[in-house]
Design a protein around this ligand. Structure first.
Ligand SMILES: *Cc1c(COP(=O)(O)O)cnc(C)c1O
Length: 224
């Protein structure tokens, strides 16, 4: 049995090694450890080991956990779907919102007093019911709305690879959209992509933020 701290160190070391192979600077790659559905005690073990970036996906679970941990030297990343009426509350504890996916969520942050970095979630499937903007026109439209909101600094694009099909194909498309976004918004060059099963692929296509859960935490407890 390995501990969660050991697995975090092993994943970080594997990322650093992969960066070396790719000729990329490991400092440019943020490992976001996704701790959704896990207790505060697990997050504390990881803080002890040196982890600083944590991902959560449900506001009702994240808010009490963040409060219980009460450590303002770490950064919380919100990676799940954001309900518009919860957006401002989420921005109070999350430094980074990875899943800005529609105008209503952006509009809800117009009056936010907490500042956040934001990624636009891109839908790489053919299914409009999945989260995220579809295509470059929708991407640039949402980006334009975001730049009118003082509380959000636009960082780039985010996506989850489709369950079927090649991750290579999906992340190549995400990198292409990232390039288009960056021509209009030169500060928005980051790419949030890659999870436990496909982070190596995402790194090859320029990912700067890897969102890794189960490879570090082990299986998630059943969701109630
Ligand atoms: C849960 C989740 C992850 C982490 O997934 P793993 O397969 O456990 O690494 C990453 N991104 C998002 C958006 C998630 O919801």
């Amino acid at each position: 049995m390995t501990t969660v701290a050991e697995r975090w160190r092993a994943v970080r070391a594997a990322i650093d090694a992969e960066c070396e192979t790719l000729g990329r600077n490991p400092d440019d790659v943020t490992l976001v450890t996704v701790t959704k559905f896990h207790p505060a005690s697990l997050v504390r073990e990881l803080i002890e080991a040196g982890a600083r970036d944590f991902g959560e996906s449900r506001h009702q679970d994240a808010a009490p956990k963040v409060a219980e941990i009460g450590d303002d030297t770490i950064r919380w990343h919100f990676v799940g779907q954001i309900q518009s009426n919860k957006a401002k509350a989420i921005a109070q504890y999350a430094s980074v919102l990875h899943s800005l996916d529609r105008p209503s969520v952006v509009a809800a942050l117009r009056t936010s007093e907490s500042h956040v970095d934001g990624f636009i979630e891109v839908n790489l499937t053919d299914d409009p019911a999945r989260g995220g903007v579809m295509g470059e026109t929708a991407l640039l439209e949402l980006a334009a709305l975001i730049t009118e909101v003082p509380a959000i600094t636009l960082r780039g694009v985010m996506a989850v690879a489709p369950l079927t099909g090649s991750a290579d194909h999906a992340f190549a498309e995400l990198q292409r959209l990232s390039g288009i976004l960056a021509t209009v918004h030169p500060g928005a060059t980051d790419i949030s992509a890659g999870m436990s099963n496909d982070w190596q692929v995402a790194l090859r296509y320029g990912a700067t933020h890897l969102r890794i859960g189960t490879a570090i935490t082990g299986n998630r407890p059943a969701v109630g």
